[in-house]
Design a protein around this ligand. Structure first.
Ligand SMILES: [Mg+2]
Length: 198
């Protein structure tokens, strides 16, 4: 009998792909501010907001994003530890090419090492609560839950926001600051898994 591998959902923008870096490279360094809101546009004044929106609505924006350091190592560590990591990413409604771009980036960066199942298993949906799993790594401070039950099947592990010791807009009980040390990734998943099996 084979034991089912617990599914771990992983967001893309600002979780495994550096969305902010691709924006900030177009904004003069002296105008950069520390991230405080979930949406980067909300951290900037009106005139820069338009610039930022034009950048991420460009057809090739998502294809051009770069993988965050340590993602592949943590992805492999999750597989080695018996988990089934999968992509769960919300489309960006203002950019009609966002899903194609995200798929093309995964094809380039992840498929060569982890195989085409990365794309077969990926889900692109803003209603992340619809997908059963043990955990969801996501930089969004508050991830939407089932509006009827007020719950989600997975435990949200807040990714990133490393410059903030506390993320006041999040109620997530777990955080992962970086993929850099894959032991941290596995330790958090094992903790979540243990708590759920009690
Ligand atoms: Mg994100």
């Amino acid at each position: 009998m084979t034991k089912e591998r617990p599914i771990v959902w992983v967001d893309m923008d600002n979780t495994i792909y550096d969305f902010d870096a691709a924006i900030l490279t177009h904004i003069p360094a002296e105008l950069h501010v520390e991230r405080a809101n979930f949406h980067i546009v909300d951290d900037y004044s009106q005139e820069l907001r338009t610039t930022i929106q034009d950048i991420y609505n460009a057809p090739d924006f998502f294809h051009g994003l770069h993988l965050i350091e340590g993602v592949k190592e943590s992805w492999q560590a999750m597989i080695d530890a018996g988990y089934d990591p999968r992509i769960l990413s919300a489309p960006v409604s203002s950019n009609s090419m966002s899903i194609e771009g995200k798929r093309a980036a995964l094809e380039r960066d992840m498929v060569p090492e982890f195989g085409p199942s990365i794309l077969d298993d990926a889900r692109f949906d803003k209603d992340k609560w619809k997908y059963d799993g043990v955990a969801l790594f996501d930089d969004r401070p508050t991830v939407g839950v089932n509006p009827e039950s007020g719950e989600a099947p997975w435990e949200h592990i807040l990714y990133g926001w490393a410059h903030l010791s506390e993320v006041p807009m999040s109620r997530a009980a777990f955080r992962l600051l970086s993929w850099y040390n894959s032991k941290d990734t596995i330790r958090i998943l094992d903790t979540v898994q243990d708590l759920r099996s009690v």
